[in-house]
Write a protein that binds this ligand. Sequence first.
Ligand SMILES: Cc1ncc(COP(=O)(O)O)c(C=O)c1O
Length: 389
Amino acid sequence: MALDFEKMDKEYIVNVYHRLDAVLDHGKGSVVYDVNGKEYVDLSAGIAVNIFGICDDVWKDAVIKQLNTLSHISNVFYTEPQVILAKKLCEKTGMKKVFFSNSGAESNECAIKAARKYSHDKYGDGRYTIITLKNSFHGRTMATLTACGQDSLHEDFGPFLDGFVYAEPDNFESVRELAEKHPVCAIMMEMVQGEGGVHPLDKKFVQQVAAYAKAHDILIIVDEVQAGNGRTGALYAYMHYGIQPDIVTTAKAIGGGLPLGATLFADSCQYTLTDHTHGSTFGGNPICAAGAITIIDRIDDELLSEVQKKGDYIKKELESCRNVEGVSGMGLMIGVRLKKDLTEVVNRCIEDGVLVLTANGLLRLLPPLNIPWDILKKGIALVKDVIDE
Ligand SMILES: Cc1ncc(COP(=O)(O)O)c(C=O)c1O
């Protein structure tokens, strides 16, 4: 008799995920199958993880090769894949040093610690406040949860960390007011707010904030966990904004489906974290790093230009829907405000064979970056039918 996965999941797994109605079993590229063999077009990519699709061969071969070579060893030793990956990240971004961890939250946790230490080293006690933006999302550890600018996330877990204040996105005066009122060491932003509702920050705002921060020796931390690694049509989303962050955090897509986070440091703070001030057992594990090299190597101009074209296509198609109020986003990070019930649309999409996501009241699409055009067209046609039916 077939196992009742839904019942078992509810019985044995902590019920924090609002599961959608599909027990997924296997997949290849941009297509996934459930345990009954039903096919789905994947417009979710494991929430911006599988940029080259599911079970991508290039990534898989590197992971398997590494698995047969050196699976895990402590970070007290040098390992080749980690060093090669760090060098590639620095060369492609101009950043100077990398700390590897296992997730987005951890990459941000590292950034928060480093920003506070930078300020402490230079100015002594007290200059520890970090400005983040309302509607931001930075993770679910205590520090990163505190950093999130969303009241709904701050209800159950107090007391939160001291030293976080929240500015209005796209309102420079709001940032300046907070910076003048508090002893600020860093300003932390997603260039495209993901979980908060797929909102690209205004370019002028970002540039004003960056200039103010530079003038006051306040570090700029850019959280690229969701928007990074090609998703917006640039290697990292900040590259659209003409700024030079002090710290960049990334995770999700860089690991190709294995857990990997990275915190990148610019000149300004490359020496801040010193012997024993931070660490991770698994961070930059040889298997994750070997896979990640194949991901970073393939985010090239050709892929990025495809991302732009596919993003433009999706926007145009969805904007033509009767029940769409507006489409936001950048590249293949897309939010759709609907004139009809979101839950109903998501459930019908799953029923009709297309995997979609939500973000703060919006339908959210994050397809694999290399999704073939015919599969993309099929998926978008299915979504449009559901929206306008
Ligand atoms: C912008 C951003 N930062 C941080 C995180 C947390 O990443 P993780 O779930 O890997 O800890 C997320 C996750 O969605 C995110 O979108």
